[in-house]
Design a protein around this ligand. Sequence first.
Ligand SMILES: [Zn+2]
Ligand SMILES: [Zn+2]
Length: 153
Amino acid sequence: MDAPTAAAKRLKEAGLRPTRFRERTLEALWATDAALSHKDLVSRLPDLDRVTIFRCIKQLRKSSLLHKVRGTDGVSRFVANRTSGSSCPGNHPHFFCLSCGALTCLEGLRLPHLELPTGFEVRGKQFLVEGICPGCAQGRATAAGPDEKETSS
Ligand SMILES: [Zn+2]
Ligand SMILES: [Zn+2]
């Protein structure tokens, strides 16, 4: 018998039956640090049906194996949750690059705790920072000319 893949183990831990489709979707998300949209996943898994991928995303999200982030362009993107047993997956701000459209998890940062009025029940939080990512900022600096040096006054 083949040893179960890491993805299969993770799916089992989350209480999901490890199907090939779920494994492939999870592995595609693990393969990158970037947040992937449904369209990105479809192009990375060309042999899978787009509806199948959509279903896998839904199931993985329900089982807290990934979290969803929406960019200011309105497109939902998905990131695999790295740590297991986190009570609030995706409980961190995200950075949206206005230049390349990359969405990055700012996992080291905590979301502010909001003291809501009585009666309001929190189901999720979205905190999106928009700007220019390091990669694009570097590209700009290079484009500005190699002669230009940063001066620390
Ligand atoms: Zn960028
Ligand atoms: Zn995230």
